[in-house]
Design a binder for this molecule. Structure first.
Ligand SMILES: Cc1ncc(COP(=O)(O)O)c(C=O)c1O
Length: 373
């Protein structure tokens, strides 16, 4: 049945394929779950206590649209120290996803093109469609590095924005300084908004994270506390960019999210300077464990960041979906097929945000799955 009042906009994008895997997971009694896109460590104690204090202190009202002043000012100070840009303002969003939604609402008109690298984080495609824009994925297969000539070729007079996500979901790829610089300079030269999704910036295992904002003062940076501090359900993100764009995004925030959750912002304020080195180191070890065990049987580009890897499905399978289906049916293994992040279905995403025991069970299942029947 098609309800008369469903919008064309609703029809312009599909429900996330990741949800389908989560639905399957709910039916399995003891799945080997390597599909989860959130950290498995706790919010630091300081954050949990601050949130409880905020609840007990009855911080239940709205905050200012731009966020709790103490949190906003603390982040603004860090951003000013790091970049020293004369025109770079911060506001607090309802998660990084909220920030991305506002960014596209404030910049994309019907028919405008948004470029992002493929495979991509699912929201880039869906949100671009939702605001009436045209998604323009630029392939990074087979090694997921950023081909600047390919990017330049994808630009048209309708290109409004380029989204860069490094470290990347789903590949774990971290753009090199040279790649970041080239993308930043190309966007500046062509007067295209560069949106840098830096949500995984603390998960870098090979050298320092590089932001394109170092090379392009107009870059809009999206960031947040979901992954870095283990609080995805608290819905606190932040944004920084040119004042005029920030003002426009805040206008949309007023009429949509209103503000980020009040008590979540108090929790975020308490963790802003907490050292997460130990947690990040544990993720590096998990990456090494799984990579060292399966890289001789699967074609994998060694991931340098985030908590994902994106191996190629072995020869003999028709598609990643077929591979994932067999993994579920025979081993209760949950990984995500590549067609969720891409127009091709040749790879699959492993999340190693899981316990050592789960990872070891996963390695065992993956070794068996590599032997095609
Ligand atoms: C690349 C990327 N950006 C943004 C988000 C959304 O994060 P948040 O929980 O802050 O909305 C995710 C979550 O998986 C992500 O992988």
């Amino acid at each position: 049945m098609t309800l008369r009042y469903i919008s064309k906009r609703a029809d312009s994008f599909e429900a996330s394929g990741i949800r389908k895997v989560f639905d399957l997971a709910a039916k399995l009694s003891d799945p080997i779950n390597l599909s989860i896109g959130q950290p498995d460590f706790d919010v630091p104690e300081a954050g949990r206590s601050a949130m409880i204090d905020a609840i007990n202190s009855k911080h239940s009202g709205y905050t200012q649209t731009q966020g709790l002043p103490q949190l906003r000012e603390a982040i603004q100070k860090q951003v000013d120290v790091k970049y020293g840009h004369s025109d770079r303002s911060v506001f607090i969003s309802s998660g990084t996803s909220g920030a991305l939604t506002l960014a596209l609402l404030a910049t994309i008109d019907a028919g405008d093109e948004v470029i992002f690298f493929e495979p991509y984080f699912v929201m880039y495609h869906a949100l671009t469609c939702m605001v009436g824009g045209l998604p323009v994925p630029v392939s990074t297969y087979p090694d997921f590095s950023y081909d600047i000539a390919r990017l330049a070729d994808a630009i048209t007079p309708r290109t409004k924005a380029i989204i860069l996500n490094s470290p990347a979901n789903p590949t774990g790829k971290v753009a090199s300084r040279a790649e970041v610089k080239a993308i930043a300079e190309l966007a500046a030269k062509r007067d295209i908004l560069l949106i840098s999704d830096e949500i995984y910036k603390s998960f870098c295992y090979c050298g320092d994270f590089v932001s394109p904002a170092e090379y392009n003062e107009r870059t809009l940076v999206l960031d947040g506390f979901s992954k870095a501090n283990g609080m995805p359900g608290w819905r606190v993100g932040f944004v920084h960019g040119q004042g005029e764009l920030i003002e426009q995004m805040l206008k949309f925030q007023q009429y949509t999210f209103v503000c980020a959750p009040n008590v979540g912002q108090w929790g975020a304020l308490a963790v802003i300077d907490v050292d997460m080195t130990e947690q990040i180191e544990s993720y590096r070890q998990r990456r090494d464990l799984i990579y060292n065990e399966i890289s001789d049987i699967y074609e994998i580009n060694k991931p340098e960041g985030a908590f994902y890897m994106f191996p190629k499905v072995p020869q003999g399978y028709k598609s990643a979906s077929e591979f994932v289906e067999r993994g579920i049916n025979e081993f209760s293994l949950l990984v995500i097929p590549g067609n969720v992040f891409s127009s091709v279905d040749t790879h699959f995403r492993i999340s190693y945000s899981a316990s050592k025991t789960t990872i070891e069970r996963g390695i065992d299942a993956l070794k068996k799955l590599a032997q095609v029947k």
